[in-house]
Design a protein around this ligand. Structure first.
Ligand SMILES: NC(=O)C1=CN([C@@H]2O[C@H](COP(=O)(O)OP(=O)(O)OC[C@H]3O[C@@H](n4cnc5c(N)ncnc54)[C@H](OP(=O)(O)O)[C@@H]3O)[C@@H](O)[C@H]2O)C=CC1
Ligand SMILES: O=C(O)C1=N[C@H](C(=O)O)C[C@H](O)C1
Length: 283
């Protein structure tokens, strides 16, 4: 494997909101953005390319991606892929990356997560896979997980209520919320993923949750409320994010971390963002 502390980075898809923000963060970090991006079959492809910080990035239709991949592997040794696509295509993409033996970072949520992990493992892939890339939110997740390990059942008998609010177009239930309830379940207050309340309408977002009008198109407001059986005690954990730069910066950290792991020939090959944070690899 090519050793690289400064790997060429390809972002799929630069036509999407997170993909574009991440590609911009790659450029901001002074790293080499591969000027090619796999994208969906929508009309965006008709445009042929998309500009990222003034760099024209060629768009590749799913039908063309295998032949493009051959060229990219030859042209960009040490390549790291980043995937911010859609829950409906993430499994197919991960299987494709794994088949091609390229290290990858997956921020895309949803899809069949068990299958996704299975495909990454079957390909013996180097990968960072996480539903949340924002450093401080990852630290919160890590803290909850530590609390669950140290004090399992500490919240037994408590009732958990979870609300997540995102931009109208978000198809799936928050992957972060799903991960957080898995930790809270170990603390003794389990709920089903179906019980997570999804808010997607603008009036509830602005009037009830306080989402600023200008961030209706890009926000992630999460509230986890734990109430004791008798109603006398309440804990509320909340993280409210406007915009996408917190995730884009964290994703660049993940790509650099992964390139280092490849260069070291690390035995562990699959990581999450808690691993990246613990390694002190988040700026
Ligand atoms: N881990 C984290 O920290 C974060 C994760 N996310 C997750 O990232 C994902 C993307 O979110 P967001 O950017 O808002 O979504 P968008 O809808 O803005 O972008 C999705 C992009 O995927 C493209 N796409 C569709 N099919 C394919 C394909 N087969 N190959 C490559 N690209 C394809 C679409 O292109 P086209 O229009 O041509 O179909 C579109 O540009 C979601 O799952 C979201 O939950 C978001 C924020 C943070
Ligand atoms: O789609 C988004 O925007 C986000 N998705 C991730 C999730 O599903 O948890 C992370 C963050 O909430 C933003």
């Amino acid at each position: 494997m090519a050793a690289s502390s400064s790997p060429p980075i390809m972002v799929n898809s630069c036509t999407g909101k997170m993909g574009h923000a991440t590609a911009e963060a790659v450029v901001r970090a002074g790293l080499q953005l591969v000027p090619v991006s796999f994208t969906g079959a929508s009309e965006a492809v008709a445009v042929g390319n998309v500009g990222v910080s003034g760099i024209p990035v060629e768009l590749v239709h799913p039908d063309e991606r295998q032949s493009a991949m051959q060229n990219l592997k030859a042209q960009y040794p040490g390549l790291v892929l980043i995937d911010f696509t859609l829950p409906s295509v993430v499994n197919d993409n991960v299987a494709f990356y794994a088949r091609n033996g390229i290290p990858f970072v997956v921020g895309t949520t949803g899809g069949d997560r068990e299958q996704l992990m299975q495909d990454a493992r079957a390909g013996n892939s180097y990968a960072v896979i996480a539903p949340q890339m924002g450093k401080q939110v990852v630290a919160f997740q890590a803290t909850l997980e530590l609390m669950a390990q140290q004090f399992p059942g500490a919240f037994a008998g408590y009732k958990l209520e979870v609300t997540e609010s995102h931009q109208r177009q978000k198809a799936d239930t928050s992957g972060t919320a799903k991960a957080v309830i898995a930790s809270i379940a170990k603390l003794g207050a389990p709920i089903s993923e179906d019980d997570i309340v999804k808010v997607r309408d603008a009036s509830t977002q602005t009037e009830r949750l306080g989402v600023p009008e200008e961030h209706l198109g890009g926000h992630a407001f999460h509230t986890y409320r734990l109430t004791s059986g008798d109603g006398d005690v309440e804990f509320v954990f909340q993280h409210n994010v406007c915009g996408r730069s917190i995730y884009a910066e964290g994703t660049v950290d993940a790509a650099l971390f992964l390139a280092k792991k490849v260069a070291e020939g690390s035995e562990q090959r699959i990581f999450d963002m808690i691993d990246v944070l613990k390694a002190g690899a988040m700026r």
